[in-house]
Design a protein around this ligand. Structure first.
Ligand code: OGA
Ligand code: MN
Length: 199
């Protein structure tokens, strides 16, 4: 699937899944950077909400994150300035979304953790327009769990189930698609972020 096709599908139906967005080799390169930061203990427990309302609630959200602005590794900076920049421009060309910048983090969900059903847009900040998740897991098996469930539409249809296989990219409209992460049996690795418009 090409970049314009992906962006048009997100705009048309609210979400899109692109298996093999990255090659196994490129995926492994990003996963290696993630792991270097992880073993150095540089990740923080993820919170919910923002600003003064930010809290840590393990039963709701169990991942640990490292914001990409704190990661200067060339493969990551290159991915943001090349692949993600191409996506941003394609979204703007296809839908006049006015996407202005990308904010993102690496995420690790240790075994047994997930993220309860939620929307990515904050109640008091509507800058997030498009959510992106790129999975960095090698040889992910069905038995490993950790699926992403998307609930598009009016809530009557079956959820879309996405296995977090390395190289798969998921995009969806941040304000419109509720979603959840099911617990996994292995560390579940991803690069997750949002295209924002100017506040
Ligand atoms: C998030 C999120 C989904 C995933 O970080 O907000 O919903 O599949 N992630 O990791
Ligand atoms: Mn989310």
């Amino acid at each position: 699937m090409n970049v314009p096709g992906f962006t048009m599908e997100v705009i048309r139906q609210g979400w899109c899944v692109c298996p093999d967005f990255l090659t196994a080799r490129h995926t492994a390169e990003l996963a290696d950077v993630l792991r270097e930061h992880w073993v150095r203990g540089e990740f923080d427990k993820a919170g919910i909400g923002r600003g003064a309302k930010r809290t840590i609630r393990h039963e709701i959200r169990g991942d640990h994150v490292l914001w990409l602005e704190d990661c200067t590794a060339p493969p990551v900076q290159q991915f943001v300035s090349t692949e993600l920049e191409e996506l941003r421009l394609a979204f703007n060309a296809a839908g006049y979304l006015g996407l202005h910048e990308f904010e993102g983090h690496f995420a690790v969900y240790p075994p047994g953790t997930g993220y309860a059903r939620h929307l990515d847009r904050f109640r008091d900040d509507d800058a997030r327009i498009v959510s992106l998740v790129l999975y960095l897991n090698q040889d992910w098996q069905a038995a490993d769990g950790g699926e992403l469930l998307l609930y598009p539409g009016d809530g009557t249809q079956q959820p879309i189930t996405v296995s977090p296989a390395g190289g798969t990219l998921v995009g969806f409209l941040s304000a419109e698609v509720p979603h959840e992460v099911l617990p996994s049996r292995r560390d579940r690795l991803s690069l997750t972020g949002w295209f924002r418009r100017r506040p």
